[in-house]
Unconditional design. Sequence first.
Length: 285
Amino acid sequence: MKMSKSQIGRHLLGLAVVGGALAMSGAAFAELGQPAPWEYTLQQSGSPVMEDIRSFHTLLLVIITVITLFVLGLLVAVMVKFNARANPVPSRTTHNTLVEVAWTLIPVLILVAIAVPSFRLLFLELDIPKADLTIKATGKQWYWSYAYPDNGKFEFDSLLACDETRLKCQQPRLLSVDNEVVVPVNKVIRIQVIGADVIHSFAVPAFGIKIDAIPGRLNETWFKATKTGVYYGQCSELCGKDHAYMPIAVKVVEDQEFASWVESAKKKYASAPASTFASAAGPAQ
Ligand SMILES: [Cu+2]
């Protein structure tokens, strides 16, 4: 079948419209704490740190766009005004003190303007506030184990719940786990991260955290979830054949629900510490 140019044009336009609509719908249905199809921005923030990461990202995007447009404008001006036809007798200027000082100073000022919020953000991430709760996450090939030293020292394993062999699973595929980490809302949670065998990385995008789990070295980071819900993350350091199958799921609940979960978890995990394939208290929503 041969298509005329206008037909091809219409097909391309149709494709663009469908693509655009898909992108918009993906963005519109983005759920807090998990990625969405066609998502091209950062995940919605679920913690103050991620809030700051997002606004820093937006600031950089504005700066880089202005610089790119400015340089593009200069290039176009040079091409139009100073080509051989428009400007047959070129100027022999080789130095201009004002311009040279300006193109040295202005980039320095831009870098300083970027450095100030950048360092503020780094310190916010690294300076762990007084923690309300400490959890230890251990990366293993290929699952995570969590310990609650403040709440009765229980410990449990968290394994992938929905993989490609279980397509009927109602929870997000490759992200949900059998035993979620449960934390109270609006509390500072300190996460201590370590690797048991190789290097893993504990990352939850909506909280703006990503920290390596290194054998023999205890790393720590923190987050404060501001809304209840389930937040998903993944191991973010290539750690072997099942690297893609060791997700992280953090369930943020109200204080009361957390207290009752602790009581049931203490009993549930007391007899079989760090058991494998212990079934979850309930499915993730
Ligand atoms: Cu890993």
